[in-house]
Write a protein that binds this ligand. Structure first.
Ligand SMILES: [Zn+2]
Ligand SMILES: [Zn+2]
Length: 482
């Protein structure tokens, strides 16, 4: 696949010159690996793995590719990788861990670095992946508005379409849909006959608000593992929204507003996109509405939303309203306008753990995440065909051990990525707001983890404890226990 000619662009932040003869393109790799004996063996192992019942190992051929409401670019053709290729020598790794972040030595750039660097490829706009202070940014076109809003209008940003290839120091770089939030991308790197893919954050079920996840063939896959434990299984979109609508309708009939806490970028828009807007008016918190606008501008269908201060909002109808707010708005004075006793709920993958909901102090928990669940992670990893896997953030030890048990060569990459569901990022989102209440920050501590949590240690503890207890209830196994 050849990218368009960008040679006329002024001062490109990334070297867009055509592939250098010194870095000849590798020969087209072999045919897509058909089902082989090795596959069958892997399939059997996966199906009989001690942690995973066969029914939760979906057929990798059936990874959902549901249509979205927006016009999608034609799907890029995943590049095939011959199964027989030997392991990449470690000396030639296309990505290594450095103190600044994940680094591509031949390309001399980073992927989602957490310390300021010269060149950064950004998988998506969540603040633990898209940080301030880099010299040059490369990201998907749909991430542009989010990144400029979050990091400043003046950042040096080059954008790509999905599947478009740029050549940087002989490394072919392209972005492929990750299905996580608007503009989210997996990063594919090809150099010297090797293909690596860094997933960023991803989920498999299409939700209509961003391009659905596409598996990309590679020999080495760098995967997240936020919900990498067998207890995490998400309900389908249809089941989820039936539950949320029923809850909202019941509250409306009882004359109570319904306050739904959700992370401001991605989760909130996905909920808005899916709910039944005929039930009542929808109020969006000031941290959420600017991001709704970004989604609308990208062509994602969103219901009409009101700011609480909107004069056209019928105050008498607030008792039937759905209020979408970031967790940091809980117990703020901003909420008082929705009556003395609004119903409240929290939307997060962590709601699968009963103890989490109780500690959140809300009436309801809806299990909804923009990350892959356990079957989704297994299925996505398998669909890459990769023989070597790096696990970045989440349930790293559990996932690494499980993959090694499957005969894959898996190891951990230490990163500083968090989890937007519970991470300190809620505070960052509030910083964007136009009508965020002054008390939001002071109230934030009520629902956010304390600062300075050692996330890797915390995640490991959560992993080991939850692995022992199918329903980790109130035993301090989740991040907000800090
Ligand atoms: Zn994310
Ligand atoms: Zn992440």
């Amino acid at each position: 696949m050849t990218g368009p000619d960008h040679s006329s662009l002024p001062d490109p932040p990334v070297d867009l010159s055509p592939p250098n003869a010194a870095f000849p393109s590798p020969p087209e790799s072999g045919p897509v690996r058909a089902t082989s004996d090795a596959d069958a063996a892997v399939q059997r192992e996966l199906a009989t793995a001690q942690h995973v019942p066969a029914e939760v190992m979906p057929d990798v051929q059936n990874i959902p590719a549901l249509p979205t409401d927006r016009t999608q670019d034609p799907a890029p053709t995943p590049t095939s990788v011959a199964r027989s290729r030997p392991f990449v020598a470690d000396a030639g790794d296309l990505v290594i861990a450095r103190p600044e972040g994940l680094y591509c030595p031949p390309g001399d750039f980073y992927i989602d670095p957490w310390r300021p660097v010269d060149r950064a490829v950004i998988t998506h706009g969540h603040s633990d992946h898209a940080r301030w202070g880099h010299g040059h940014y490369l990201a998907h076109r749909d991430s542009e508005a989010i990144l400029r809003r979050r990091l400043g209008e003046s950042i040096q940003l080059q954008t790509l379409e999905y599947g478009e290839v740029v050549n940087h120091h002989g490394v072919k770089v392209s972005l492929h849909p990750a299905g996580h939030v608007l503009g989210s991308a997996q990063v594919r790197l090809e150099h010297g006959g090797r293909v690596w893919v860094a997933s960023g954050d991803y989920k498999l079920e299409a939700d209509g608000t961003c391009a659905p996840f596409e598996p990309v063939r590679c020999d080495t896959f760098i995967t997240e593992s936020t919900f990498g434990l067998p207890i995490y299984r998400w309900p389908s979109q249809a089941e989820l929204f039936a539950e949320i609508d029923a809850w909202w309708r019941r509250n409306a009939e009882a004359g109570r507003a319904s306050v739904l806490y959700a992370y401001a970028l991605g989760k909130a828009q996905r909920l808005l996109h899916g709910v039944d807007e005929s039930i009542g008016p929808i109020v969006a918190h000031g941290a959420v509405e600017p991001l709704n606008e970004v989604y609308r501008a990208a062509g994602v269908r969103m219901p009409r939303t009101f700011l609480a201060t909107d004069p056209s909002l019928d105050k008498a109808a607030l008792s039937r309203s759905l209020v979408i707010a970031p967790p940091s708005a809980a117990r703020s004075t901003w909420l008082r306008r929705f009556g003395a006793d609004p119903a409240d709920a929290f939307a997060s993958g962590w709601m699968q753990l009963r103890g989490t909901r109780r500690r959140r102090g809300v009436d309801r928990g809806f299990v909804v995440s923009d990350h892959a669940d356990w079957p989704g992670l297994q299925s996505a990893i398998r669909a890459t065909g990769a023989e070597r896997i790096f696990v970045t953030h989440g349930s790293v030890p559990v996932m690494v051990r499980w993959l090694n048990e499957q005969g894959l060569r898996a190891q951990a990459f230490a990163t500083e990525y968090g989890d937007e569901d519970d991470g300190p990022e809620g505070a960052a989102a509030d910083a964007l707001t136009s009508d965020a209440p002054a008390d939001a920050s002071s109230e934030k501590a009520a629902l956010e983890p304390a600062g300075g949590v050692d996330r890797s240690a915390d995640a490991a503890r959560r992993a080991s404890e939850a692995a022992e207890s199918p329903i980790a209830d109130g035993t301090g196994t989740t991040q907000e226990s800090a």
